[in-house]
Design a protein. Structure first.
Length: 357
């Protein structure tokens, strides 16, 4: 097989095969094959199948040139319709069907996201180049039973797990599909439902492999994909993984100089994990606020929600009210604002109108 590390047009691919006398594949086809081998869930399979169909449609001439003869008669094919035209029509129908199924997946994901927003727990998305240790980070922080393997695109589906930070503040962590240089446009489009998690999170945890020589190139690649998705404006915590594998003594000092706010860790040895958890807590705290609430005694549901959404520091009972000091996500302030002391005290009395004859 002859493999090109760039995209080929269908005619270029056909011409190269005629010249070389062997199968010719381009970068996009190889990536699609890898994605196809990794796809496990229904969502991932739909996304890969859609990208494959869109890739194959203009290349059918190459595959079915020996079936270009016309056929007439009544039955499966229309008069004068070639086998090639019939196959193209079938693939277009399959593309339409896959797009409908993918839209259903996106709707289901939007519903899940709405449910999470209803209980406003902060959310962080783990992003980065493929095979840098994103799934390892999720497993180490949450204990989640997620696939961790030393291979490209081991993760094609998002996995979200809830953790409790040292201050008891809950956080949702989402693992995302790994990025790669020159990711084919069709794959970016197909995986938008998955990549949306990065655009809608409160902040990003950008993981990089410190032991890779091309670490800066991988950083630029990830930032370009995030920019294309509109997620580059999110708050971002830089994490350099695999510091135990760095052989050159100059690499880490150089990276620290370029990224002074980054955290350097090793998922394998656990080095730097305490600092990482502390920094994640700081990022979560930026989106929270401390409040003193005066909750009616009958609103036990609100107290339960406070315990679920934030961190309750103190509870005092007084007659028909419960005084609560808590840390809540800023975006949930609207829910609790009616129970702030100022809101309770601001009782406007209607003036008494004089009675006139």
């Amino acid at each position: 097989m002859l493999v090109f590390d760039n995209s080929l047009s269908p005619s270029q691919q056909r011409n190269w095969e005629e010249l070389a006398g062997i199968t010719v594949a381009d970068r996009e086809e190889i990536i699609l094959d890898i994605f196809g081998a990794r796809a496990q869930t229904r969502e991932a399979r739909i996304q890969v199948d859609l990208a494959r169909m869109q890739y194959s449609l203009p290349r059918l001439t190459r595959a079915w040139s020996h079936l270009g003869q016309q056929g007439g008669g009544i039955g499966a094919k229309g008069e004068g319709e070639s086998q090639l035209e019939q196959d193209k029509r079938k693939i277009r129908l399959q593309i339409d069907r896959l797009k409908r199924e993918l839209e259903e997946v996106r709707s289901a994901r939007a519903t899940q996201r709405t449910s999470r927003k209803r209980a406003p727990v902060p959310n962080a998305a783990i992003v980065g180049y493929t095979n840098v240790g994103k799934s390892s980070l999720l497993r180490r922080l949450t204990g989640a039973d997620v696939l961790v393997e030393n291979k490209l695109f081991a993760t094609l589906d998002t996995t979200t797990r809830k953790i409790a930070l040292p201050n008891k503040q809950p956080l949702l962590l989402t693992d995302t599909v790994g990025f790669v240089r020159n990711l084919p446009h069709q794959l970016v489009e197909a995986f938008k439902a998955t990549l949306e998690e990065a655009t809608l999170s409160d902040f990003l945890i950008h993981v990089l492999d410190a032991s890779q020589r091309e670490v800066m190139e991988f950083y630029n690649t990830t930032m370009k994909v995030l920019t294309d998705l509109g997620a580059d404006v999110r708050q971002m915590l830089m994490v350099f993984n695999k510091i135990d594998k760095v052989a050159d003594e100059h690499v880490l000092p150089d990276l620290r100089r370029h990224f002074p706010d980054a955290v350097f860790v090793s998922m394998h040895t656990g080095e730097g994990m305490d600092e990482l958890i502390e920094r994640i807590s700081e990022f979560v705290a930026r989106g929270t606020m401390s409040v003193d609430l005066r909750v009616p005694a009958a609103r036990a549901d609100l107290l339960a929600r406070l315990h679920r959404d934030g961190t309750v520091h103190e509870v005092r009972y007084e007659h028909d009210f419960t005084h609560v000091t808590a840390t809540i996500p800023t975006r949930s302030l609207e829910v609790y604002s009616p129970f702030l002391p100022a809101a309770n005290d601001a009782i406007i009395e209607e003036p008494v109108q004089p009675v006139t004859d």
